[in-house]
Design a protein around this ligand. Structure first.
Ligand code: SAH
Length: 498
């Protein structure tokens, strides 16, 4: 017989699940305990019980784990953004290393001994707080009718006020307070998800860490005509004047979003003040023969509100440096960079390759990519808007048909059979059609950059069954205190002996 809801048990936490939850056993019965740290002995309360396992809530830590630390943020349990803030940073890294390894074994089907032989130690952060250059705060109304911003409590859509996230930059707080004050003073209604009424939905804040430039974009449920010079917000000028006082403020815009969805940003952007983009410099170092970083290259990137940009700029330099060293370019190669965003990886590849072809779904990001190429004097990169799983097969089909007839058009042969393909997909990984085409193109190397090691493992299995060998794997911690981890892999084509 199992346990009942509300039963109180004492359990020692012996393991951690992929979402950071503590796992322990009582008489062979498994308990999943959110917020419990591996090594804790704790009193827990059963919330939901099944035949062989139950979900329980941490009530009281009786004997704290040696890996338990005092969390910096008072809201870490309610917020759920930092699932493992109470775990020492060193142990967080060990958890992430194990998470990648286990996914490769369980989902990827690779032998444990093989994974251990090729996996390099995870690259950690020196300063695991205040690392995020981007914040997206939801705006709502509290029970007294005042505008609030903070984070969604658990899986609900009620907002717990907090303008001071321990992962974000210090300017976030002042910017949010200016916006909330303005809304209160001029009775600007926050958006209401239930009714679809109200104006302000979200606030996006981005900061270029090297430039100091700050971007604010208010996502608004604006239904009027969006002519030039229009007032999207009551007393707009006053709000803009106040926001401009923040040191570094460079771009203030609105994003029009009238649809009833969970998607944060709307597609239409209007700049109200300052530039359309902010800039940031990324310095990617080359590795010397011993694997130590040396000079390398510095590029400047302009980023618009709708474009993806890595959220942890310090770790991004290490991530890109690793991806570049895995690509091992010597100057003449043709490279596809799929899911290229604003062309960050593409342009670093461009400095070392013959030709680079980037593919990205968001049109504004591709506009940024072209501008960034120009700005950095890189002339051997070309960008295409579209889904990787459509653009790549289209090129492949067209170029191989032309090759059958008369040979491919001049300069396009290398697109058909590139030397290297780099992919950096979102969490859901690569589409099957994309993987199939990659296999048909037969590049010597594939560099897979992933933010979800479960879908990575699934895709690696397909690539390895299709004639590739996994050569190297390394985690990079881009997201301290969360359960997420970035992974870079090198695959190379198997050459069968005749
Ligand atoms: N390599 C870039 C971006 C990685 S994030 C960097 O390091 O900054 C993943 C990118 O893939 C995002 O820019 C997202 O807009 C894009 N994307 C999502 N689905 C896609 C698809 N099906 N085809 C192409 N790009 C896609």
């Amino acid at each position: 017989m199992g346990y009942q809801k509300n039963d109180i048990l004492t359990v020692t936490i012996e393991d951690m699940g992929t979402e950071g939850e503590g796992i322990g056993k009582v008489d062979g019965f498994t308990l999943f305990v959110k917020d419990a740290v591996i090594g804790d002995t704790a009193e827990v309360k059963i919330m939901k019980s099944k035949a062989h396992y139950a979900y329980a809530r941490l009530e009281k830590v009786l004997q704290p784990s040696p890996f338990r630390v005092v969390p910096k943020c008072a809201y870490h349990r309610q917020c759920g953004g930092c699932q493992i803030q109470a775990l020492s940073y060193e142990k967080q890294l060990a958890f992430k290393q194990a998470k990648i390894r286990n996914n490769l074994v369980r989902i990827g089907g690779f032998a444990e001994s093989f994974v251990d032989s090729i996996m390099e130690p995870i690259v950690g952060m020196e300063e695991p707080f205040h690392y995020r250059n981007k914040a997206q705060y939801p705006v709502g109304t509290d029970k007294d009718g005042n505008p609030v911003t903070g984070f969604y409590a658990g899986r609900t859509h009620s907002i717990i006020p907090n303008t001071d996230c321990a992962l974000g930059v210090e300017e976030n707080r002042e910017i949010l307070e200016i916006i909330l004050d303005h809304m209160k003073e001029y009775k600007v209604p926050a958006y209401d998800e239930e009714t679809g009424k109200g104006l302000v939905r979200h606030v996006l804040i981005r900061k270029g860490f090297t430039s100091g430039e700050i971007m604010v974009c208010l996502v608004i449920n604006y239904r009027g005509k969006a002519n030039r010079g229009i007032e999207f917000l009551p007393k707009q000028k006053e709000l803009l004047n106040r926001l401009q006082q923040i040191p570094g403020m460079s771009s203030i815009s609105v994003s029009i979003h009238t649809e009833k969805t969970n998607v944060i940003m709307g597609k239409e952007i209007h700049t109200l003040w300052g530039a359309d983009t902010i800039s940031d410099v990324i310095h990617v170092r080359d590795m010397d023969r011993q694997g130590y970083p040396c000079t390398g290259e510095e590029l400047v990137f302009h980023i618009s509100p709708l474009s993806f940009y890595q959220v942890n700029p310090v770790q991004t330099e290490k991530l890109y440096s690793l991806a570049l060293s895995y690509a091992g370019l010597t100057g003449q190669e043709a490279v596809w960079d799929l899911y290229c965003g604003i062309g960050t990886i593409s342009l670093f590849l461009g400095g070392k390759a013959g030709q680079v072809y980037g593919v990205e779904i968001v049109p504004q990001a591709i506009d940024d990519a072209w501008e960034n190429a120009k700005r950095n004097g890189i002339t051997n990169a070309t960008f295409y808007v579209g889904k990787a799983e459509e653009v790549l097969p289209e090129f492949y089909e067209r170029l191989s048909a032309e090759t059958d007839k008369k040979g491919p058009a001049a300069g396009q042969a290398d697109m058909l059979h590139p030397d290297v393909i780099v992919v950096d997909p979102p969490r859901k990984g690569c589409d099957q059609a994309c993987l199939d085409t990659m296999l048909k193109m037969q590049p010597e190397k594939i560099v897979y950059v992933s933010c979800d090691s479960a879908t990575l493992a699934r895709d690696l299995k397909i690539l390895c069954e299709g004639g590739y060998e996994l050569k190297k794997v390394r985690g990079v911690d881009q997201f301290g205190h969360t359960v997420h981890v970035e992974t870079v892999c090198l695959l190379s084509k198997l050459h069968h002996k005749m």
